[in-house]
Design a binder for this molecule. Sequence first.
Ligand SMILES: Cc1cc2nc3c(=O)[nH]c(=O)nc-3n(C[C@H](O)[C@H](O)[C@H](O)COP(=O)(O)O)c2cc1C
Ligand SMILES: Nc1ncnc2c1ncn2[C@@H]1O[C@H](COP(=O)(O)OP(=O)(O)O)[C@@H](O)[C@H]1O
Length: 312
Amino acid sequence: MMEVWHHDLETAPASGPFVVTLGTFDGVHAGHRELLQVASGRAKALGHRAAVVTFDPHPAVVVAPERRPKLLMTLDQRLAAFEAEAMDLAWVIPFSRTFSELSPMDFLDRLERILSPVELHVGRAFCFGRDRSGTVETLEAWGAAHGCRVHTLALRAPDGGRLSSTRIREALDLGDAEGAAQLLGHPYTLTGVVVEGDRRGRHLGFPTANLAWEQEQLPANGVYVTEVVLPHHGGMHLGLTNVGEKPTFDGRRLTVETHLPGFEGDLYGARLSVRFLHRIRGEAKFASVDELRVQIGQDVAEGWAWWKAHKA
Ligand SMILES: Cc1cc2nc3c(=O)[nH]c(=O)nc-3n(C[C@H](O)[C@H](O)[C@H](O)COP(=O)(O)O)c2cc1C
Ligand SMILES: Nc1ncnc2c1ncn2[C@@H]1O[C@H](COP(=O)(O)OP(=O)(O)O)[C@@H](O)[C@H]1O
């Protein structure tokens, strides 16, 4: 079991030594996972425990709210991903104005007292401390003086380009589900409880589970092939998910709703994970409900074809 702290620097107990990795880790993408794996592997090899130090809320929420990114993960999802990578401790530092004003050296001195890091693992672009003035070079100089090895990892995407949470948000903004999945190492996933919609779906012939999603970032409006984890229904199910405002019905509210071909049952109140695999088309305003019905029928056929070609 991974231990989780929500302590600030004043209340965290001294409990090292640890192999430590540091970062915001939004999305826990393929590069983040590599970093976590290196840290947990080194901890095992050295006979120490592995700690991930992360921040919540996202630093930008506090220091640059006008540039705050739409988050790819909830804190719970982030913690689950840390646990899956065999971290022994996740320390979620409450990110505040005061914390953001600590100098890099003050932060590192506190970190040393609390975690006694034997090794630090960070991405090459990692910045920290007041005005983001601490860099990998700062860490290396500090490590050399304190007997702590600093290991940096250059995060590269499979196509050789940037591997960053920002690039994943950009791919999702374009509806590029495959691109996002490649950078994440798994499909982009929305989680949440099924809530009531307008109760129109069943009359249309295509009931849809309306998701009260918890993440901030959505894929671009449109219709997607998704894979849906249904609780108590035995694993993955094909989904056709519409992200949008339902212009055919002059909708204004953004919704995420999924038709599950072949599924029968009540999903209200159930928690679903909707994994975005492939975008079929943009959302359209149809002249009649019949035209929309025909189109959704074609979407389902296309969804099955895609599923058979890629998943079966
Ligand atoms: C595969 C799929 C594609 C859809 N495409 C569109 C679309 O292009 N335009 C639109 O206005 N609504 C679209 N919808 C949304 C339907 O209008 C919606 O499911 C219907 O209004 C039922 O809403 P309700 O669940 O709130 O009752 C789509 C729904 C599904 C499942
Ligand atoms: N194949 C299916 N795909 C999606 N939801 C289904 C399916 N079969 C039954 N349901 C149930 O029907 C509900 C959706 O019906 P719908 O008429 O669209 O109502 P609402 O507007 O409340 O979403 C879902 O929340 C779920 O409980």
